[in-house]
Design a protein around this ligand. Structure first.
Ligand code: LLP
Length: 420
């Protein structure tokens, strides 16, 4: 199983599952459950995959990977990506002032979002970011006013909505005409002319993000064609752009039987279209950098067999991982060790309990509080489970609902475990 990029060794007869060099049992004992566990090597591998694809297409020195912080804003993860050379795609001013030493990163920040407050605009202008991805005419006007107050010019790029169907879950599909996101591609030329007329804006680029968890690159490639036509039209009208931001969106594997494309294969048809351009290329990947590098560890608290369904009530819940409740999202769930302290039989549950179908649910007072339906597992109370592919939009969307505390997060680096 490769749902967490290479370092997860599943449980077998006498051993608990390990991630890199560390037993998940050991992590659960040290940090309790629920607990998010990330693999440093999987994070590095995901980032390197993007870099290699860019280098292969001759864009190594004219591209910037702006990690989409919304996917997972843990500081250790941000620091790791910054160290590897990444910039950031942010959504609030907290993400400017909070994560990293400003001098190191602000020039590599793009500020996305369909609504930005004046305070956020001010903070970003003061920090000196790479650009604002602007999504409406009104935002141009407001940003121009805020920049005037600060006696500066705001670097901007327009997020265009190309009206292509990304073929993903409707809640995370953003590139169709009826979405609240972006500027309709047919209106964008006029809006660039308007932006050019505003004295406190400086036009730097164009941006396009059509949706998330895309497994087929064709819609993104189609969007690029539309974007490039506009870029050329703008150049002819004396509005040259220095960068093209192609957004994020690459999907990952969630289901053991439904493989996602490798990053090189997904990006090839997209990057091919950009290979002969002179503009800088910005990418905003989130999920594909962190999703498969993280899992959520949880323990079975209660088993409740029933006539129609068997429930396994675990100590993680919808407040820890909201994706199943919100999108009916599927995450693989595997048993990674038994709960009792007897190190001698860490998967002893397998010997005692037969495989059955289980509803894996949390203790929150909602029927929507489930983590997996109808999973075939040999479960006993106290068993340790791993919910896979939970590195993206897991902790980032966690809440304190039901007055539950947040899960701990740890990063495994070889034999070391760091509480992050
Ligand atoms: N850029 C923009 C403007 C975005 O809105 C997003 C994600 C990204 C980049 C990063 O997209 P990614 O590479 O992660 O697909 N909570 C949902 C996903 C929401 C995506 C929001 N925007 C989920 O759990 O599936």
């Amino acid at each position: 199983m490769h749902l967490i990029t290479h370092p997860l060794d599943p449980a077998h007869e006498n051993h608990s599952a390990t991630i890199e060099g560390v037993a998940l049992q050991q992590i659960a004992q040290a940090f309790d459950t629920p607990c998010y566990v990330y693999s440093r090597s999987a994070l590095v591998q995901a980032y390197t995959g993007y870099r290699s694809a860019l280098i292969t297409h001759g864009m190594g020195d004219r591209s910037l990977i702006c990690y989409a912080v919304k996917a997972n804003a843990n500081l250790a993860i941000l620091n790791l990506f910054a160290h590897l050379g990444a910039g950031f795609d942010i959504l609030s001013d907290a993400q400017i002032t909070h994560p990293l030493p400003p001098t190191k990163k602000t020039k590599k920040i793009v500020f996305s979002g369909v609504g930005k407050s004046r305070a956020e605009m001010r903070a970003a202008l003061t920090a000196g970011i790479h650009c604002f991805n602007v999504e409406s005419a009104s935002e141009l006007t407001q940003l121009n006013a805020v920049a005037a107050e600060l006696n500066t010019r705001a670097p901007i790029s327009l997020r265009v909505n190309p009206d292509v169907d990304p073929k993903t879950h409707p809640y995370i599909s953003t590139g169709l005409k009826n979405a609240k996101f972006g500027i309709a591609i047919d209106d964008a030329f006029a809006l660039y002319q308007y932006a050019a007329s505003l004295p406190h804006l400086s036009i730097t680029g164009i941006d396009c993000h059509i949706g998330s968890q895309l497994l087929d690159p064709a819609p993104a490639a189609e969007a690029i064609d539309k974007v490039l036509a506009l870029v050329d039209q703008l150049a002819r009208a004396n509005i040259p752009l220095s960068h093209i931001d192609i957004g994020g969106g690459m999907g990952i594997q969630y289901h053991a039987d439904e493989p996602a494309p490798a990053v090189a294969d997904y990006l090839a048809p997209i990057l091919q279209k950009l290979a002969d351009r002179k503009e800088h290329i910005i990418l905003e990947p989130g999920r594909s950098l962190v999703g498969n590098a993280g899992l959520l560890l949880t323990r079975v608290m209660v088993t409740k067999p029933g006539e129609e369904k068997n429930f396994a009530i675990v100590d993680a819940a919808m407040n820890d991982l909201m994706r199943p409740a919100l999108y009916d999202a599927y995450h693989e769930i595997i048993k990674v060790g038994a709960g009792d302290t007897a190190e001698s039989h860490p998967v002893s549950g397998a010997a005692q309990a037969p495989e059955q179908r289980w509803e894996i649910v949390g203790p929150v007072c909602e029927s929507g509080d489930f983590l997996g339906h109808d999973r075939k597992l040999a479960l006993a109370e106290g068993d340790l489970l791993a919910i896979l592919s939970a590195g993206a939009y897991g902790m980032a969307m966690a809440s304190n609902y039901n007055t539950r505390p947040r899960a701990a997060e740890v990063m495994v680096d070889g034999n070391h475990i760091h509480l992050i």
